[in-house]
Design a protein around this ligand. Structure first.
Ligand code: TYD
Length: 200
């Protein structure tokens, strides 16, 4: 059983990397579940639409919507899979709230850590990968933009720096991977770390 999360700015290739890691682990016989936030549950898919479709969302309302998505996701999917001995690969989790709503949007980060802990019942990933790249490189890779993608470049720069600061704060949990390189290289670096940890 292993809970692994993928974090990073827009266009960092998290989803592609997650899919490659899932394929390899599945081929090795692990029970792997790929999921994401927001939108990893039925309720979450409704919340996701509200969050990303545009329309005004006040900063604190945004926080509580992401947290509602997370609470539902952890209870309905993540914990049951982990308890059954599976590997959960999740595209964004608590750190996205700390970075987007905290570092970038300005909501108090200490309060956000507490709220994350309430929403998840204290479930912390065993490993978190930060796919790091300059904000403008990531944004240039996007083919369409949702409400958050459409924030100005300065916001996305804060996101990048926020992720790097969070990774530095908990170096045992985080692995920072340079995402400004071919997808195969990103995936193989992540896999090397995952396999080492799974063998322990
Ligand atoms: P998504 O389309 O999943 O983006 P990506 O492919 O980059 O993961 O949209 C998720 C957006 O929501 C993304 O801009 C990051 C943002 N987000 C937060 O602001 N806070 C959060 O807690 C989470 C989970 C996501």
């Amino acid at each position: 059983m292993m809970f692994i999360t993928f974090e990073g700015p827009e266009g960092s290739g998290k989803t592609t990397a997650l899919a490659s890691v899932a394929e390899v682990l599945e081929a090795e016989g692990h029970h792997v579940v790929r999921t994401r936030e927001p939108g990893g549950s039925e309720l979450g898919r409704t919340v996701r639409k509200v969050l990303l479709d545009g329309g005004e969302v006040a900063p604190l309302a945004e926080v509580f919507l992401f947290l509602a998505d997370r609470a539902q996701h952890v209870q309905s999917l993540v914990r049951p899979v982990l308890e059954a001995g599976g590997v959960v690969l999740c595209d964004r989790y608590t750190d996205s709230t700390i970075v987007y709503q905290g570092h970038a949007r300005g909501v108090d980060v200490v309060e956000l850590r507490r709220l994350n802990s309430i929403a998840t019942g204290g479930l912390v990933p065993a490993m978190t990968f930060l796919l790091d790249l300059p904000a403008e490189v990531g944004l240039a890779r996007l083919t369409s933009r949702d409400r958050l993608d459409a924030e100005p470049l300065a916001f996305h720069e804060k996101v990048r720096m926020g992720f790097l600061a969070e990774a530095a704060r908990e170096p045992d949990r985080w692995t920072v991977v340079n995402a400004d390189q071919p997808a195969e290289d990103v995936a193989s670096q992540i896999l090397a770390v995952v396999k080492r940890k799974l063998r322990r």
